[in-house]
Design a binder for this molecule. Structure first.
Ligand SMILES: [Zn+2]
Length: 361
């Protein structure tokens, strides 16, 4: 229906939607596109930055531009990629609301921490308007985890749409934490899961997609991004990240064998950073966890020192109990920070609770 008259061959890469580690999810959605038999709604789940947004984009592209990229002056495929295609709407935190004439609400700016109920209601208005292409409409809630918790309104508005969307309407809910959604919402949607990849598979994917040619570096990023291709992609595309990463890893190694004074200086530094750049502190803790997870794997003989990414010599002090204690301390600090416990206190406790290794580093 959107085929142009040109004879341009579709590009090969679009056939697998160029996604790593999401084979089952892609197969499921591709089958629905091929059969032209869509569920009314899907819930795309998987950890943060695993590729949920990319999958939703590829799905919409397959619906509206089944032959992939086309070399036309106007390409639907590209328009969807740029989120500039009227029949594919993204519902996200923020932005301005411009109600149509006669609507009972005034123009306003949306809250910057949650998706407002009016955004969900507007979705239903748009659903019932004619589509620009006269065929299909796709609405993507990115993410449904951002609907205001403890407020029933947006959820019941959403549920109403999931129950009776107009024909030729597809709703995609993206979620990293689907278990937080009510069963009534989940049961209305086809579940599409993108799992995290194993370290070896992600290492392969990073090398295949030429994000780096260095095997050791590919392995390092596969470990840090916890199997999420999207995360590895973002990190490897940012040259500044490598510098930050290496300096954090250096700190971790030095502090593993350090005494309390050095450790308290470090937690003071992190505590200060928390005020202005909390996301950097959380990322730092993530890297600490990756380091200690690997220590645990070494202590339990899951991987050898030779194959490890962060550890280059064995440490007689390292046991699985010690690694577990460190991981627990890191988890606790992360939880405390997220519930607004005094940051300095949470980080001091963490540095005290992480066991000291022998001072050979
Ligand atoms: Zn609004």
């Amino acid at each position: 229906m959107f085929d142009s008259q040109t004879s341009v061959e579709p590009e090969r890469e679009t056939t697998n939607w160029a996604m790593y580690g999401a084979e089952d999810a892609v197969a499921l959605l591709q089958r629905d596109v091929e059969n032209n038999n869509f569920n009314r709604s899907y819930i795309i789940t998987g950890p943060e930055a695993v590729g949920k947004r990319t999958l939703a984009t590829r799905f919409a592209q397959a619906i509206f531009s089944p032959n992939g990229k086309q070399n036309n002056s106007y390409s639907i495929y590209d328009a969807i990629e740029k989120e500039d295609f009227g029949d594919v709407q993204w519902i996200r935190i923020g932005g301005d609301c411009k109600p149509q004439n006669g609507a009972p609400v005034k123009p306003h700016t949306h809250p910057d921490t949650t998706i407002g109920v009016c955004q969900i209601r507007k979705m239903s208005v748009d659903m019932n308007n004619k589509s620009f292409n006269g065929t299909h409409k796709v609405f993507i809630v990115d993410s449904v985890d951002d609907l205001s918790r403890g407020d029933e309104q947006p959820f019941s508005a959403l549920l109403k749409q999931l129950e009776e969307p107009p024909p030729n309407t597809t709703i995609l809910l993206l979620s990293a934490n689907p278990e937080n959604l009510s069963l009534t919402i989940r049961s209305r949607c086809q579940l599409v899961k993108i799992p995290a990849m194993s370290r070896d598979l992600l290492t392969d994917a990073i090398l295949k997609s030429n994000l780096t040619e260095d095997i050791q570096s590919a392995k390092k990023y596969a470990t840090i991004s916890k199997g999420c291709y999207g995360l590895a992609y973002m990190q490897l595309s940012d040259p500044a990240y490598e510098i930050t990463l290496n300096s954090i890893l250096e700190d971790i190694e030095n502090l593993a064998g350090a005494g309390s004074q050095d450790r308290m200086e470090y937690s003071e530094r992190l505590g200060k950073a928390w005020r202005n750049e909390p996301e950097i502190v959380l990322e730092t803790l993530n890297i600490w966890k990756a380091w200690w997870r690997e220590a645990l794997q070494i202590a339990t003989n899951v991987i050898s020192i030779e194959l490890s990414t962060f550890h280059n010599k064995s440490d007689s002090q390292l046991t699985s109990q010690i690694a577990l204690r460190a991981l627990t301390a890191l988890e606790e600090a992360e939880n405390n920070l997220q519930v607004n416990v005094n940051a300095r206190l949470a980080l001091d406790m963490m540095m005290i609770d992480i066991p000291q290794l022998s001072n050979t580093h």
